[in-house]
Design a protein. Structure first.
Length: 731
């Protein structure tokens, strides 16, 4: 897993990783750490020979002609090893130079920065002033701290003039550079001073604006922060696998496992945010400033958090000078500090979003999909022409539009690209497929395990939206540990009789059918002896009792089955092999829940709530942080889809997004409710206060149903990080 998603990006990352393993060894990093003075590292010419200094620079100036996204791929890999030297300062400065309209500065400075004969630095701090003198600019003052300034041949600086802020490129030899005692001792900062230094007109970087430079810095510093966070996640989880306390690996303890899982979650959010910001700037998107702001809020903080948590998991050894963990904490803290307070970036994100400047999270498909799109659009137009809703539902169900990825005749056998196109064209035509609700979780299981008779009997009306289903899985003693269920199914002539209690069953009071698991062989092992049944909810012995929830509503129910008869033709799959069918259903449930729509208050609801409100600085920053969180979660979903389209396992993003999504819904609902002040104590039905109160209260269920937060953290820790599973009870 990395920032880049394409095969080309993976190849670039592998190349940089190989170079780093050969040339930027632990001895090289430690030598930079212990040195009295910072010097140009021995691998500097190698970076140039690999073409890494000019990935983003135009070919006419000796560069590779790629973009920021390729540069972030390299920076992530170098960030994994806390690389010493002026790579980040130099490529940041050259990116800023390239963004200016000064062609002469391009021609004079960029080739040397690409071939490694010159180095550069860029100040994100304004401390110099300038005055005009016969077309030149005379500057004085100081700026600190400036990353990499002590090794720079050229320094890009902001200067305050009568015309406002201007950017210049000055030879370091014309300035006074004083190294500072740096928190990051592997790559250091310095003070830059000027006293009546004359800067010729061809070194004034016309067209370069401060916000543009900050956006570049957010992406590039963010990419290196992602690399640092990646090392911390890997180091902590690998250590947790082998370090033993109390007779077992510490990674088996949930406190450690969940901390490591949270580290991975922070890393994946940061990757998604930096990836999108680089794409936005490369594409000159109108929302590039918003995307860069999201990256600035998410990525540096993720690096700091993972570095601190890494040291915590490492314990005493992580607090020693000999271990590398402190290098990553120092590096991460320095990157966050140089980029500026996240509350400032968050305020920018909030302001842009509230003004309609949020970057849409959309999937853009290649032009070669146009023939498929046109065919689908024509077919969807025929659906849109059907005025009778009942007829439309039947047509969509019978023609495979309801769940298009299923094989014919139940679906359209649509591959991932066609699924996306169908979704987009149906939305554009405002054609809604039948809402299967809970039945959506059952359908793939019936397609996979159902008999032909079961498919014809149940699938067709379900896909038409004519059957309402409920899921009879959870029991009072079997929630997250579902395999410990106790409902009994006893063999009788022609079928089975089911006896027991189910709970937390959504819409059972309206359902016509339920899919149920029960124990058919009580002597079998825990995950064996379970069978999967389809239960007619009108059967004698079915008793549905609505559960009034803390919202005052009753969506969930208790369902009691008292010797309910289920015929043999309503057993799905093999008797005693129902657990594999249930796992298929549960996996479909998790995919459904992770898609996000309509599950609670998200970014659109947040922005709508605060639209037109006058927010103070604190509230603006808090709203901005929530918007940035929501944007990064949506980006995780987009990255998951892109990986699926390319035939690649989505990896961490899918599991991480599911967990983050429900927690984010809670956070937004809680914040909007609290923002009402004293009015939050009023819960008037139908009024705005009542709607927000209802959303806030209902959100408490989101981290319970569909897999509790704690179970999901276990899954992330065990399946994605390889941490040891929880011990069996009694062991």
């Amino acid at each position: 897993m990395a920032i880049g998603l394409t095969e080309e990006h993976e190849a670039l990352a592998e190349s940089v990783r190989g170079f780093a393993e050969r040339s930027i060894t632990t001895n090289v990093v430690r030598a930079a750490l212990e040195a009295d003075e910072e010097t140009k590292p021995p691998f500097w010419t190698g970076l140039a020979e690999q073409g890494l200094l000019g990935l983003h620079v135009a070919e006419e100036h000796g560069g590779q002609g790629f973009g920021l996204l390729e540069l972030t791929v390299a920076l992530e890999e170098l960030g994994r090893i806390t690389a010493p030297g002026p790579y980040l300062p130099t490529v940041l400065a050259s990116a800023a130079l390239g963004a200016s309209s000064n062609a002469k500065a391009h021609a004079e400075l960029l080739p040397g920065l690409v071939d490694g004969s010159r180095t550069a630095a860029l100040s994100l701090v304004t401390g110099l002033t300038g005055r005009r003198d016969d077309g030149a600019l005379v500057i004085s003052g100081s700026a600190q701290p400036v990353l990499g300034a002590a090794l720079a041949d050229v320094i890009v600086l902001p200067v305050s003039t009568d015309a406002g802020e201007e950017w210049i490129a000055v030879d370091a030899a014309d300035l006074t550079i004083t190294p500072l005692q740096s928190l990051d001792k592997v790559r250091r900062v310095a003070k830059v001073e000027a006293s009546d230094v004359t800067v010729p007109a061809d070194r004034v970087l016309d067209g370069l604006e401060g916000p543009e430079v900050l956006d570049l810095a957010a992406v590039l510093l963010g990419a290196e922060a992602v690399g640092a966070a990646s090392w911390c996640v890997t180091t902590a989880s690998e250590y947790a696998k082998v370090r033993e306390q109390f007779g077992r690996p510490i990674g088996q303890f949930q406190g450690v496992k969940h901390k490591a899982a949270r580290m991975l979650i922070a890393l994946e959010q940061a990757r998604a945010a930096v990836w999108d910001a680089a794409r936005a700037i490369d594409d000159s998107a109108d929302e590039a400033g918003f995307a860069a702001g999201v990256a600035a809020v998410i990525a540096p903080e993720a690096a700091v958090r993972t570095a601190r948590d890494c040291i915590q998991i490492l314990g005493g050894i992580g607090f020693t000078w000999e271990h590398d963990a402190h290098l990553y904490l120092r590096r991460s803290l320095t990157l966050r500090t140089l980029l500026g307070p996240d509350k400032g970036w968050a305020s920018t994100v909030a302001s842009l979003a509230l003004e309609g400047g949020r970057r849409p999270v959309e999937l853009e498909l290649d032009d070669d999909t146009l023939p498929i799109r046109e065919r689908i659009r024509d077919e969807v137009a025929e659906l849109a022409a059907i005025e009778d809703k009942g007829e439309l539902a039947v047509t969509m169900g019978d023609e495979g539009w309801t769940v298009p990825h299923l094989p014919a005749p139940w679906g359209r056998g649509a591959d991932p690209v066609e699924q996306i196109l169908i979704q987009q064209e149906l939305r554009a035509a405002k054609v809604k497929a039948p809402n299967l609700v809970i039945g959506a979780w059952l359908v793939p299981s019936l397609v996979t395990y159902g008999s032909e008779e079961q498919k014809e009997r149940f699938l067709r009306p379900t896909l038409r939206g004519q059957i309402v289903w409920c899921q009879l899985f959870s029991e009072p003693g079997a929630g997250s540990d579902l395999a410990s269920l106790s409902m009994k199914a006893e063999r009788v002539e022609g079928g089975w009789r089911l006896t027991g209690q189910k709970i937390w069953t959504s819409v059972a009071q309206f359902a016509q059918w339920g899919f149920c698991i029960a124990r058919t062989d009580p002597t079998a092992a825990k995950h064996e002896g379970i069978s999967y049944f389809l239960v007619d909810m009108k059967s004698e012995g079915v008793d549905v009792r609505p559960l009034k929830e803390l919202t005052g509503e009753a969506i969930f129910n208790e369902v009691f089955l008292d010797s309910v008869f289920v015929p043999d033709d309503c057993v799905v799959g093999e008797v005693n092999k129902g657990w594999q069918v249930a796992r298929n259903t549960l996996s479909n449930e998790r995919v459904s829940l992770s898609t996000g729509g309509g599950m609670g208050m998200g970014v659109p609801e947040l922005l709508d709530f605060f639209k037109g409100a006058e927010l103070d600085a604190i509230a603006l920053a808090e709203v901005g942080k929530l918007v940035a969180q929501g944007q990064s979660i949506d980006l995780l979903g987009l990255r998951t889809t892109l990986k699926q389209l390319s035939g690649v396992n989505p990896g961490a993003e899918a599991s991480v997004r599911k967990l983050l999504g429900v927690q984010f819904n809670q956070d937004v609902a809680d914040y909007c409710w609290a923002a009402q002040g004293a009015d939050a104590a009023v819960e008037e039905s139908g009024a705005p206060t009542g709607r927000v109160a209802r959303a806030m209260l209902f959100s408490r269920a989101m981290t319970i149903y569909g897999g509790t937060t704690e179970v999901q953290l276990n899954i992330i820790g065990e399946r994605l990080l390889g941490l040891p599973r929880d011990p069996e009870p009694g062991k």
